[in-house]
Design a binder for this molecule. Structure first.
Ligand code: GSH
Length: 86
């Protein structure tokens, strides 16, 4: 098994955000990916995003590689490109 197996993903999004919709549409059908969707209308999620990523901008993908490394990826195009490769 590759390290890929232990990765976990969370997508911080807002339902009013076009860039988030673009990412969500792009992920449609990718049932191979296990992505937890975290709406920033939930104040706890918004606070976690600010604390972890450094800004409240959405969309933001949190990638946890399962060994203590967490990456926060902003920019819808970067997120889409990331999933095209993973
Ligand atoms: N270039 C960014 C734009 C993202 C963006 O503008 N997000 C807006 C919502 S549509 C946002 O989060 N604004 C609030 C903030 O930056 O805190 C992308 O493509 O992801």
């Amino acid at each position: 098994m590759g390290s890929q197996m232990s990765k976990s993903y969370s997508l911080y999004y807002s339902k009013y955000c076009f860039f988030c919709q673009k990412v969500l549409m792009n992920l449609h059908g990718r049932d191979d990916l296990n992505i937890e969707l975290r709406s920033t209308s939930d104040r706890q999620h918004a606070a976690d995003l600010m604390k972890g990523g450094g800004k409240t901008q959405v969309p933001c993908l949190r990638v946890d590689d399962g060994s203590g490394n967490v990456q926060w990826m902003y920019e819808s195009d970067d997120i889409i490109q990331y999933f095209a490769k993973h």
